[in-house]
Design a protein around this ligand. Sequence first.
Ligand code: NAD
Ligand code: MG
Length: 394
Amino acid sequence: MKRLTVCGSTGSIGVSTLDVVSRNRSRYEIFALTAHSSVDRLAAQCRQWRPQFAVMSDDSAAVRLAAMLSSEEPKTEVLAGASGLQHVAAHPEVDYVMAAIVGGAGLVPTLAAARVGKRVLLANKEALVMSGRLFMDAVREAGADLLPIDSEHNAIYQCMPGADAHGPGRGVRRILLTGSGGPFRARSPESLHDVTPDEACAHPNWSMGRKISVDSATMMNKGLEVIEACWLFDTGPDAVEVVVHPQSVIHSMVDYEDGSVLAQLGNPDMRTPIAHALAWPERMESGVAPLDLVKTARLDFEAPDFGRFPCLRLGFEAVRAGGSAPAALNAANEVAVDAFLNQRLRFTAIARVVEETMLACAADEPRTLDDVLDLDGAARARAAEFVAAASSRS
Ligand code: NAD
Ligand code: MG
């Protein structure tokens, strides 16, 4: 029986995680569930799963949740804020931590789990992009198991077990990172000027939270994933090639020196990588339907259009530049996407805000968690200025 904390349990990945666990109840026990402010949803999950702890990162939401659960037996203790998140991510009774908070808010609990050697199931790519070396060093020093949940990285992991593309005898030539191209793959660049948040969030193949859906539409998601792949598989950006694959059936590939290309295929459903990472090195039921290759019929591939999707170019540039660039890129993107979702910024201005912020915040690589958080805060402040300037121009 493994005890699991699900950080971000009310989100898309959190709900899929609980669905997989519900199919494998003899293997996992839910120790803690966390959410930002969706009190009703977390209360319902607590009534179903009876965790020892529930954490609301928003303080007033925690007070409301505690009131809602006060007469429940057995008791769920309600905690609040970043300290509550850290408590349940690093608690000695916990074996596995699903890191499924969206954005930089997930860094502190995810790093806390890595530092005490938990099995970290990493969906929260922003945490790794922000803290790269610091995070990977913590994983190595504590001997944590780091299992990627992002479908591409989970696929690469399955095609290249172990973490190191350059390890002795590995012979990896390239990582082929696939992406659907998002909802605007075939739209003309001019028509992207006026797209609405709902259009950007209507992904053709995946159902996801709104932030990552916008990232998929700008292809910043693929840019973040390039950075994520470099850290997870200890390789450089020149060995990572992005391939657009509209059907999202191949989730990524590894190209070896002898000409072998290994791919992982499956229906586009996050329960597959979640079940893989929970059960690893074993396999278990995920609820995902078997892949019907005859019905799929064809798999298409295209080169990415860096002109139409400048955010993808920025992802490569950030990892090449190193230093503060990946953290600044991530912070600026979060601010810009939030402004876009709240209709304060045009879709096509997201890339500009990110690029301006990366340039304005150029500095050395952050070495400590405080350095990362300082840089993140400074980049968010600069990005907010660029958003304000862009809104007044349009
Ligand atoms: P989501 O918006 O559906 O859910 C986010 C979760 O985080 C919710 O439980 C929410 O309450 C919590 N949260 C939000 N803001 C918070 C804050 N400030 N502090 C603490 N908790 C907060 O997002 P999602 O689509 O499930 O994505 C979660 C993470 O997984 C992201 O990093 C995303 O990039 C990654 N990911 C998601 C998918 C997917 O299919 N959804 C695929 C690959 C990677
Ligand atoms: Mg992905």
